[in-house]
Design a protein around this ligand. Structure first.
Ligand code: AMP
Length: 462
């Protein structure tokens, strides 16, 4: 199954309906999208299985390039456009990329022999004669998803056609049904979660909208979007009934933020927990769960998705199913460490309640062990966020001669720094005494990677 089939199919089925939009403007109908994809596919002039990287900010051409590459039987390597040029170079080299599709903003950052730039060059390519749609097998790689690299060098999770198909089907099973009258807003990078969840929408013939304003739901109703918790936090107005679903995930959403979002959007929220290695699919907290509003469940990441088995072994979350990656690109050792007997070892710690709701307790490497006691940074962070003077916080363990590790909180104050005694009290009111930070550091901001995730590794060096 080649995902490019979907575009060709909707090109025939609904030729005059919008397929791609930039803000309010239609960029291409389905017939135009299908024609542009088939034409550009021939322009790559590469062999099936070759890799094509995409390095650009969100724009309609991103989706054209992605589907054109699939149409030609190529493997897509979506690269986070905010990476440093050396990091981009690493990914191009590691993936053995043959051609790069990019935009004028990134041309200078790319060192490759074959570069195709949006604008005149791309427009010429998409106007050429159509190339035939290449046959692809379920186990053929389709998308190399480079991990965000909060630890060490990024690795290319090899996602096959089957993985992407399972991800799309389980979206319909567990998140939402999608109709051709719906839309998907790409406010988050297409190289990551937003691009992945764009696929179930394209498969159903919905409109893909590039833009960062949820008010676009008035122009493109039936709108869903994938948003990192930091984005959801910034939304401050409901655009009305055109907004169908906000899917959040990828990082913890603290209860106070979730309650605020629920107040604004009600049960149009759904949470997903996944990894690049099992794209967007381990568990989900459904819209119904959000409607029920049970606080314990709202702090969980929901229940196992339809297409996977999920187990917790020695505290670590393991996943098995057809959505789990084939392995890391050209990294047999890392693959063997992560995939054992078909089970993906996520490196995340968690526990199930009696009803099958999974609660995440940070990644294993973030766990703090102090005086022999396990302390999950998340619970200390949740406690501290109850203080009105705390805008953001990250808790880590630092080596300590007496305790092994001691709890240190990096606090971004909201205005003046709150008194340490008050912060201590907030913790004493909510969590065990031994979990409260021994040390508070007030900082202007927390170090984040290009996806907005806090990089705790950097805090450990401070
Ligand atoms: P990535 O592969 O870059 O998408 O990162 C995946 C990691 O993000 C997971 O292994 C989790 O540690 C974290 N993560 C994903 N979804 C959630 C969620 N809903 N809540 C908390 N952390 C999450």
């Amino acid at each position: 199954m080649n995902p490019a089939v979907w575009v060709a199919r909707h090109g025939r089925l609904r030729p005059n309906e919008p397929a791609l939009a930039e803000g309010e403007r239609v960029h291409a109908t389905w017939a135009e999208f299908a024609a542009r994809v088939a034409a550009a596919a021939g322009g790559f002039d590469l062999e099936p299985g070759n890799r094509v990287a995409i390095v650009m900010h969100n724009r309609p051409e991103y989706l054209e390039a992605m589907f054109a590459a699939w149409h030609a039987g190529l493997v897509v390597v979506p690269v986070n456009a905010r990476l440093h040029r050396d990091e981009i170079a690493f990914i191009l080299e590691d993936s053995g990329t043959s051609a790069v599709v990019t935009d004028p903003e990134h041309v200078e950052d790319i060192d490759a022999s074959a570069i195709i730039v949006t604008g005149t060059q791309w427009d010429r390519l998409v106007a050429a004669d159509p190339a035939p749609l290449m046959d692809r097998k379920p186990d053929d790689p389709a998308w190399l998803f480079y991990t965000s690299g909060t630890t060490g060098r990024p690795k290319g999770a090899t996602l096959t056609n089957r993985n992407l198909l399972m991800m799309a089907l389980s979206y319909y099973a567990d998140i939402d049904s999608i109709s051709p009258r719906d839309s998907v807003l790409h406010a988050a990078p297409l190289s990551h979660g937003s691009g992945l969840y764009g696929l179930p929408h394209i498969a159903r013939g919905a409109v893909s909208v590039i833009g960062d304003d949820i008010a676009l739901a008035r122009r493109w109703p039936g709108m869903s979007l994938f948003a990192a918790p930091t984005m959801v936090k910034r939304f401050d107005a409901d655009p009305g009934p055109g907004l169908k679903t906000i899917i959040y995930g990828g990082a913890p959403m603290y209860l106070a933020d979730l309650e605020k979002a629920l107040g604004l959007f009600g049960p149009r929220l759904a949470q997903i927990y996944g990894q690049g290695e099992t794209p967007m699919t381990i568990t989900a907290l459904s819209k119904q769960d959000h409607a029920d509003g049970d606080p314990a469940r709202l702090q969980s990441v929901g229940t196992a998705r339809t297409d996977v088995e999920v187990r917790v072994v020695d505290g670590e979350i393991l996943v098995r199913g057809d959505v789990v990656m084939a392995g890391y690109w050209n990294q047999p050792e890392a693959t063997a460490e992560t995939l054992k007997d078909g089970w993906l070892h996520t490196g995340d710690l968690g526990s199930f309640d009696d009803h099958g709701y999974l609660t995440l307790h940070d990644r294993s490497k973030d766990l703090i062990i102090s005086g022999g006691m396990n302390i999950y940074p998340r619970e200390v962070e949740e406690a501290l966020l109850h203080h009105a003077g705390v805008k953001a916080v990250a808790v880590i363990g630092k080596p300590d001669e007496e305790w092994g590790e001691r709890v240190v909180a990096f606090v971004v104050p909201d205005g003046d720094a709150p008194a340490v005694e008050e912060l201590d009290q907030i913790c004493l009111d909510r969590i065990a005494r031994y979990k409260r930070p021994k040390d508070y550091r007030f900082v202007d901001e927390l170090p984040t990677n290009n996806y907005g995730k806090v990089v705790k590794r950097q805090l450990r060096d401070l």
